[in-house]
Design a protein around this ligand. Sequence first.
Ligand code: FES
Ligand code: FES
Length: 157
Amino acid sequence: MKVPVSITVNGRSYLRDVEPRQLLVHFIRDLGGVTGTKIGCDTSQCGACTVLLDGVAVRSCTCLAVQADGTSITTIEGLARNGKLHPLQEAFWNKHGLQCGYCTPGMILASHELLRRNPKPTDEEIRAGLDGNLCRCTGYTNIVRAVREAAAVMAGR
Ligand code: FES
Ligand code: FES
């Protein structure tokens, strides 16, 4: 059995018939060309699959596509505007907040959520805010620096 869903991804509307069990992360990655969202653990532990659903961060490996019917999703590909990287993307680049990059889309979108809730976080609050996102490469120090820089840029400091 399949059910119709309509989901907007990065400003573009997609109508698809999906199985009720289909995960949102597979819906997104199967659209074609929107594969920045990663699958790490598939069990809601690593944060690699984080996307914004109507502006709020969710783990797309634990959300069904049918639950996202009628919503607007932003993936890492949708964060840049008019060819200009989002300040978080710039800051991760500037501060070398990544190595292999596998966790980075989820890390940046989780950071987006963190700054939405707390635009001026301390380093401790950044670490606490990202404690559900795992990175096997960086040791996190440069990620914290990147979020701190992005917060300053976004606040015009
Ligand atoms: S793949 Fe979704 S939390 Fe790990
Ligand atoms: S940069 Fe490799 S997992 Fe984070």
